[in-house]
Design a protein around this ligand. Structure first.
Ligand SMILES: Nc1ncnc2c1ncn2[C@@H]1O[C@H](COP(=O)(O)OP(=O)(O)OP(=O)(O)O)[C@@H](O)[C@H]1O
Length: 249
């Protein structure tokens, strides 16, 4: 479904992505992991041409995104949603207005917009928050609004750039479970960049490891499921010590 053919991206003299070839399969949750600066976010942004490659091609569903221009490119991009580490919600618009924005831009029929916005907000469990502003929401709620906004135009693919890196463990689990639901119930293919191994192991079917602008390897894994840590502080401590991640001070 998404195929990168020898894709490269340079920033000045610096080669951030070096002739990468990679395919993301229909319906999978594909993780991209690697050290800071390995080129993960750049690779993700090349998939929807937020970064224009210096060389190589990007295919989506057999169509060459890299050869498209204007209206065709805008149309093809509608099938790819994206969410970000810092949510990128518009601060002076309500939750409802944030989710309605991509529908306005894509000229979604005006009469059907309200239903579509409410459907997306229900999917992420935030319909009661429709009149709130982003500043009135928690981090997890903001990311769920961002997911609702990314789903508005019914994408086939959702690109996620460090979607849980600003969140605590419980909120991370909550957002991952929404993403899993997006994949399982809506059939949306997900590509998720994260430096958190736990996040990648909990929901991904295949993982690409990047190193120094190149693909080091792509491996299939069995997702371990999303582990919710009880927010009761005593249970939190027990969970940590049981896993051997910290000792008692
Ligand atoms: N717009 C840009 N201009 C110049 N250099 C950039 C730009 N975007 C990324 N880079 C550089 O390209 C390299 C890869 O960046 P990228 O954000 O893709 O890495 P990453 O693996 O996602 O790392 P991190 O986990 O730290 O975000 C880094 O050295 C970064 O500084």
């Amino acid at each position: 479904m998404i195929i990168l053919h020898n894709v490269s991206k340079n920033f000045g003299q610096f080669k951030a992505v070096k002739s990468v070839s990679l395919s993301v399969k229909n319906g999978e949750i594909h993780g991209i992991i690697g050290a800071s600066g390995a080129g993960k976010s750049t690779l993700l942004r090349l998939m929807n041409l937020l970064e224009i490659p210096d060389a190589g091609d990007v295919d989506i569903n057999g169509k060459k995104l890299t050869r498209m221009r204007g209206k065709d490119l805008r149309q093809a991009r509608k099938s790819i949603g994206m969410i970000f580490q810092h949510f990128n919600l518009v601060a002076n618009k309500t939750v409802y207005e944030n989710v309605a924005m991509p529908l306005k831009l894509s000229k979604f029929p005006r009469r059907e917009r309200k239903n579509r916005v409410m459907e997306c907000l229900q999917f992420v469990g935030l319909e009661r928050f429709m009149d709130k502003y982003p500043a009135q929401l928690s981090g997890g709620q903001k990311q769920r609004v961002a997911i609702a906004r990314a789903l508005a135009n019914n994408p086939q693919v959702l690109l996620c750039d460090e979607p849980t890196s600003s969140l605590d463990p419980n909120t991370t689990a909550e957002v991952l479970s929404v993403l899993e639901n997006v994949n399982k119930s809506l059939g949306v293919t997900i590509v998720i960049v994260s430096h958190e191994m736990d996040v990648i192991k909990s929901i991904c079917n295949r993982v690409t490891v990047m190193s120094d602008g190149e693909v080091y390897n792509t491996v299939s894994i069995e997702p371990k499921g999303i582990r919710v840590i009880d927010s009761n502080p005593q249970n939190f401590v027990e969970q940590l010590t049981k896993d051997g991640e910290i000792g008692h001070a």
